[in-house]
Design a protein around this ligand. Structure first.
Ligand code: ZN
Length: 194
């Protein structure tokens, strides 16, 4: 089932999400919810989704990046963004630690701020401690684009959106991002917006 994506302005996007009880992780209800999250993410399509975006104020995020999403991005940009496809990851109660505080600056968007993007600075390397779909504790070190997705999704669990952190003069429609900025590298973005 594809669920409706909450849009900026709906109060739930500003709530702090509650931790998921470990007994709840393996329940049928949670498994079903994760399936709904995944079908909603793929339908959008997007690379990450947090439970509050589809109406549940709990600490659950999913992420997935597919090679077909990379087809419209120049190879040298993909390389600079350290973006590689990866299969679906489901994380409960994630906590984030910064491994490298160097910031990367790229445009990003959000399924709850539909139709817009802006430049956001994100830590280049982070470590996540969370529970997986089996209820087992996992730790994950991510850099580049995956690190960006994780920071964006964990922000959702704290009621934060990319528009809170963006370089506000870079805020633009997806249409004009595609027209003017999609193929630009980070130094051109920085020269204009940072
Ligand atoms: Zn988002």
């Amino acid at each position: 089932m594809i669920l409706k994506l909450n849009q900026v302005g709906q109060p739930i996007l500003r709530y702090k999400s509650k931790k998921v009880d470990l007994n709840e992780i393996k329940s049928f209800k949670t498994k079903e919810f994760i399936n709904f999250m995944a079908s909603t993410l793929r339908d959008a399509p997007g690379v990450g989704l947090a439970a509050p975006q589809i109406g549940l104020s709990k600490q659950i995020i999913i992420l997935e990046d597919k090679s077909k999403y990379l087809e419209i991005i120049p190879k040298e940009i993909i390389k600079k963004q350290k973006r590689k496809p990866f299969s679906l990851k489901v994380l409960f109660n994630p906590t984030l630690e910064v491994i490298n505080s160097k910031m990367d600056s790229w445009f990003e968007g959000c399924l709850s701020v539909d139709g817009y993007v802006a430049v956001v600075d994100r830590y280049s390397k982070v470590k996540i401690i969370a529970f997986d779909a089996k209820g087992e504790k996992v730790s994950l070190i991510a850099e580049g684009w995956m690190a960006r997705i994780l920071q964006h999704e964990i922000d959702h669990l704290n009621g934060n959106l990319f528009i809170d952190k963006m370089h506000s003069r870079s805020f633009m429609t997806v249409k004009y991002f595609n027209q003017y900025w999609r193929k630009k590298n980070d130094s051109e973005i920085k020269a204009n917006y940072i």
